[in-house]
Design a protein around this ligand. Sequence first.
Ligand code: PRP
Ligand code: URA
Ligand code: MG
Length: 209
Amino acid sequence: MTIHVINHPLVKHKLGLMRQQGISTKSFRELAAEVGTLLTYEATKSLEVETVMITGWDGSEIPVEHIKGKKITVVPILRAGLGMMDGVMNLIPSAKVSVVGLQRNEETLEPVPYFEKLVGKIDERISLIIDPMLATGGSMIATIDMLKKAGCQDIKVIVLVAAPEGVQKTLEAHPDIEIFTASLDQCLNDKGYIIPGLGDAGDKIFGTL
Ligand SMILES: O=P(O)(O)OC[C@H]1O[C@H](OP(=O)(O)OP(=O)(O)O)[C@H](O)[C@@H]1O
Ligand SMILES: O=c1cc[nH]c(=O)[nH]1
Ligand SMILES: [Mg+2]
């Protein structure tokens, strides 16, 4: 469908802090979760609501709005996607979780799948894929392929930073999805890293630098 770049001051400020060379593991993790929360707020804006009647504080019947329709499964891409999990689950604590493991081959930049555990009846859910980085797009396209193969047709993507090359490739392969990001950065370097980017997000979140 399209890409939404979230130009909220809090998102910009927090992402800016994440770009600082030498940032601690603790700060990087905290900020990844916080930006994850803010992007989740935006990505869930289009959820449908319905009006239901409840008994209010004074005993009278009042209309309130409830979320209706499809429920969500959050899909973290291992490893780095786990760094956004707490922040995302803060807003949708009852969401079921489908885990996908992919490791980008550092030479070919091709994603190598190593784990897949999706929730049942995923065709009845909205998938919210979370990963800090969308670089060449290979990992994201492979994840969307897996979800669609399992029957899921309603897919949204949350990434902290995206490269134009990867966004174009992902939307060409899957024009029906929506991408929410804190920044559409400049480009990829010759090693497939996003510029200016965040560096290796997985290493920063897990402290494996
Ligand atoms: O768009 P792409 O070119 O596929 O690159 C993006 C992927 O690379 C990183 O993961 P990585 O493979 O480094 O694994 P990790 O999370 O275990 O560090 C990142 O978290 C994405 O999953
Ligand atoms: O810039 C990048 C690209 C892929 N994976 C990362 O962690 N960072
Ligand atoms: Mg990594």
